[in-house]
Design a protein around this ligand. Sequence first.
Ligand SMILES: [Zn+2]
Length: 210
Amino acid sequence: MKRCLVCGQSINAQQDFYHWLKCDSLLCGECLSKLMPLRKSYQIDRLKVHVLYEYNDFIEGMLFQYKEGLDVVLRSCFLYENKRYIEKRYRKHTLLLMPSSKEKTQERGFHALKEMSDILKLKKLQPFYKSENRKQSALNYEQRLSIGDIIQLDRTIPLPKRRLLLFDDVCTSGSTLTCAYHLLQQQNQTAEALVLCAHPLFIERNPCVK
Ligand SMILES: [Zn+2]
């Protein structure tokens, strides 16, 4: 019997007809129903951010289990339901992964975002790095707005001229993404962004665009 990667119960538990028929889910129906799919874009400065899910307790728990509980088996399940959608929408794009601190990656033994995005058949690069380890969750909303300062662009990594897509798992204030965007602008580059999930405040505060 195939089991849900998150909760361990049968994959068919409370599965809706579509997923039951597709027969290739990684999560059971109960877990899938706790996710809040969005697939909407928001404008922050001149950056367009496409959001797959609204951040809630369930996805927070999944990310915690994956990143802090080191449950690396979960890596494929975050983007699985949107894999074809992303590959079609962002065909020919290059994913620029937002940086994790070196210490954090070493501590975990895996690069959380890289493992998560591995299921996408898109080119991926990691041109950004963090110059200081400051845990975002320990900061308040205003402090998170200023965190952008510590992201740097490694100019030795050649970037394609077009179709760059910043990718992150959680968008709280959007400051990390806009900082990365400004670093690219300094190089006369432009980009869009894709995030797994965005905080309800981000969704509320920024205009939704096509
Ligand atoms: Zn489940």
